[in-house]
Design a protein around this ligand. Structure first.
Ligand code: NDP
Ligand SMILES: O=C(O)C1=N[C@H](C(=O)O)C[C@H](O)C1
Length: 206
């Protein structure tokens, strides 16, 4: 790995958290820029990425596709406008090989809508329901996970009100959009000395 990094400008990493952290260490030793698509980091692992960004520039994004990143903006607007009158639920579906749940994209969607309505996701998230759960608490944000077959990646945010509901859905039919986004992120980093960025920065969606 060190021989490869010595000749590299940028490392694109879609692996597992432990792999990414090993690659992060090696890349920062060589001053190599990083695009990280891996999901499922613990808060401590995430802090290691934040720290490394003071040495090398990093794009970290749970979803590299243009469509999902535009969907993030739509969700922010919808959540802000609908505010407390609508219950928010996030449903995601992926292939049978996926190892983390909810998906990084679903969690990011949760953070976006929670922030837009002035809630802390850590306090209001409900990850699945079973048994006698009692009535839904109004401020909660629920997550539901589906795993099966070769589903590339579907995400729906449901805003359910009295007498109507809005569903904002993104569906990936191919992994090409992730790869294209990662290459775009690598180009974006070309003139960055350090710092932590995401696909909103890369795509100019801030
Ligand atoms: N941000 C985005 O747009 C996207 C993010 N992802 C995320 O990317 C990650 C990978 O997903 P996916 O491609 O489906 O997974 P795969 O299991 O298909 O591929 C993972 C790759 O990482 C390698 N790997 C696993 N563990 C390590 C390790 N400890 N050190 C070095 N290499 C390792 C595997 O090698 P080997 O086969 O030899 O074990 C394999 O080549 C997931 O976290 C997923 O959520 C996925 C798609 C889009
Ligand atoms: O594992 C996957 O396949 C995907 N992972 C990412 C996530 O966890 O959000 C992005 C995409 O949904 C595909």
């Amino acid at each position: 790995m060190h021989a490869v990094l010595a000749a590299a400008d940028c490392l694109i990493d879609f692996t597992r958290p432990e792999g990414t952290l090993a690659h992060l260490q090696a890349a920062s030793e060589h001053g190599v820029k990083l695009v990280i698509g891996t999901t499922g980091f613990t808060p401590a692992q995430r802090a290691e990425i934040d720290a490394a960004a003071s040495r090398v520039p990093i794009v970290l994004a749970p979803n590299m596709s243009v469509g999902v990143n535009v969907t993030f903006k739509l969700l922010e607007l919808a959540a802000r406008l609908l505010a407390s009158d609508y219950d928010i639920e996030i449903i995601e579906a992926h292939h049978r090989h996926k190892v983390d749940a909810p998906s990084g994209t679903a969690l990011k969607m949760g953070e976006i809508v929670a922030q837009a309505v002035g809630r802390d996701l850590a306090e209001v998230a409900v990850y699945g329901r079973e048994g006698v759960t009692g009535e839904r608490k109004p401020s909660t944000i629920g997550f539901a996970t589906v795993r099966g077959g070769d589903i590339v990646g579907d995400h729906t945010v449901l805003f359910a009100g009295a007498g109507e509901r809005i569903e904002i859905t993104h569906k990936s039919a191919s992994r090409v959009s992730y790869a294209q986004g990662a290459l775009r992120a690598a180009h974006f980093l070309a003139d960055k000395p350090n710092g932590l960025f995401d696909m909103q920065d890369v795509l100019g969606l801030r």
